[in-house]
Design a binder for this molecule. Sequence first.
Ligand SMILES: Cc1cc2nc3c(=O)[nH]c(=O)nc-3n(C[C@H](O)[C@H](O)[C@H](O)COP(=O)(O)OP(=O)(O)OC[C@H]3O[C@@H](n4cnc5c(N)ncnc54)[C@H](O)[C@@H]3O)c2cc1C
Length: 386
Amino acid sequence: MSFIESDEQKALRAAVSKLGERFNYVDYVLPRSRRGEPLTELWNEAGKLGFLGVNLPEEYGGGGAGIYELALVQEELAAHGAGLLLVVVSPAICGTIIGKYGTDEQKQQWLPGLADGSKIMAFGITEADAGSNSHQISTTARRDGADWILTGSKIFISGVDQADAVLIVARTEDHKTGKLKPALFIVPTDTENFVKTPMEMDIIEPDHQFTLFLDEVRVPGEALVGSEDAALMQLFAGLNPERILGASMAIGVGRYAIEAAVKYAKERTVWKTPIGAHQGVAHPLAQAKIELELAKVMMQKAAFLYDSGDDFGAAEAANMAKYAAAEASIKALDQAIQTHGGAGLSKEYGLAAMLGAARIARVAPVSREMILNFVSQHSLGLPRSY
Ligand SMILES: Cc1cc2nc3c(=O)[nH]c(=O)nc-3n(C[C@H](O)[C@H](O)[C@H](O)COP(=O)(O)OP(=O)(O)OC[C@H]3O[C@@H](n4cnc5c(N)ncnc54)[C@H](O)[C@@H]3O)c2cc1C
């Protein structure tokens, strides 16, 4: 692993940064978010430039690079306040799972569109009664001839209004033991009896969350991704990219916050020197910068391990990176607001408007506490409490 990025990676970073500048937070993202409108132009442009599919296989229209590069794309966009939540679900989770376990037909049908952004796939695992305990999900899939019939509900599913399909995590009955086991299905959003209802969230963001009701939704046999018997492994394949991308988005947000704070701290003078000369203002920003850089190093380690095929090593690093990035980014944003004084809570800077969206990283795709549980058990060998 090298900390010196290749020329291609540097060029990618510069090109994405340029796009982020064009679709920056204050001029583009913030007004859209306030109106609750998706960042469609940015999404389309990023897709056209090949940024959304950098991690997907070249033979299916992707860039043939890794999760490192997709994380780099997300970080640079978010550093302009223009991170794309659906990058976490569409190319990172769904693209990875289909790329690794999908049939040739599924790859042909979905990957080129996920790569150029013309198709979007949401990801639905969370259920109201199961919450963090995804072993308890109760959406079921049963065979009916060659088809599958899905019944159940999901909650907090992001971007279903923009998506062509949702990768639904359901459960099938093991014919030998009668036990339920997970299975993944591609369910087009226009399927009969698939009902999406927007959730009323209190976050200023361009994307929306949905409750899904699947009432005897019929999908063909080909909707099943990979093997009916190995879905747990398939699901795990999506978890590391999900956490790494969540981390990279948080790191970008933290970078945006620190940059805004530093700019303001250099310009604003209320005594004899700019406020940034006061250590009470400078030190918390320096601390935020250190914590963000540490989180970024862990994210890069996770991406490197994942791209090298070390799934187990990547799992620990990806969890740690997501934890550290969320905490560092929320703290950086809070400090940026403090640095701006009253202006930090004004509409002009839009920093306070970012708080809800930044805080998503502490809860989703996996909560801070569940990461601490993971580290307690897997890294420290402590007993499990639940
Ligand atoms: C904006 C947003 C977007 C989302 N997008 C998606 C999406 O696209 N697809 C999708 O499937 N899901 C999505 N989610 C759902 C998200 O993954 C869940 O909210 C998250 O996993 C936590 O589940 P929960 O909300 O049910 O919390 P709960 O499981 O009810 O937990 C509540 C609190 O208890 C804590 N807790 C629970 N169990 C334990 C334990 N054993 N030990 C210690 N603490 C514990 C949790 O950490 C949390 O703080 C999204 C959520 C949000 C907020």
